[in-house]
Ligand binder design. Sequence first.
Ligand SMILES: O=C(O)CCC(=O)C(=O)O
Length: 291
Amino acid sequence: MNSFPSSDPVRAITQAEISSFALDGVVHLPEIVHKDWVDLLDSALKLMLREPQMFADLTALGSDLNETQGLSVLADSDIKGGRFLSGVDHWKEDENFAAFAKISPLPSIVAELMNSKKIYLYEDSVLIKEPGTAERTAFHQDLGYFHIEGNSICTVWTPLDDVSFETGGVAYLRSSHKDKKVFKPNWFVANEPLPGTEGNDLPNIEIGEERFDLIQFDTKPGDLVVHHALTLHGAGANNSTSRQRRAVSVRYCGDGSTYKIRPGAPKKPHHENMRTGDPVVDHPDCPQVWG
Ligand SMILES: O=C(O)CCC(=O)C(=O)O
């Protein structure tokens, strides 16, 4: 039986941070998670990467989409070499990822930010941009991928490396959660929506265009960035030839969340047994982790 680092955050969240999350739809929480948690994820991820079939290569998906569907994949053509790897639901197989999602400081932090008495784990994702990864992360909104709805749904982006604009830090459209609009999910490396999905068409957002009020943070291991599930966000290429950009996103929902089966969005096995309107309650595939 493994012993895990403390469930307590390194420091308390400030009132200003709670307000930023509410107003901007995103907040950067510097130095809030003990480095032992980051080291645990770092070692677990290195082991997992020995079995690369656990991850989807979004670089390869990008080339396929280009060839077979003629979609305009977002990639910076002067950069080459790195892969954009992504995996989902590692907490179901790996005890370290499970501990991070369930008993690290994350559940208490999101409960406080969302003012939610109970918190449920929706999923985790790994997002790796190796040095020299040309693929950008297309601007999208998380809620359109989730088979749930409600006001208390968020993602905690956990950097395992120092991340800056140069290595593909995520950019967030300030206050975009306030419109309450749900957008069609896209292919993640291309702006086009997934087939058969419903919702509004995503606006074409480019990092660096002044008309968009984008927020971007330089982050370090031990920091967290929490965004509301309605907040639009995307990321650039990893322009560095030596630095990787690895992150673990953990997604939670809280009080008042209900299932909403969204056509065309990727389903998990337990979603087959859920009907739109069913309340989210403790379930082995969506466990209660706080309250
Ligand atoms: O890390 C990225 O490139 C994108 C992250 C993201 O979209 C998410 O975690 O919701």
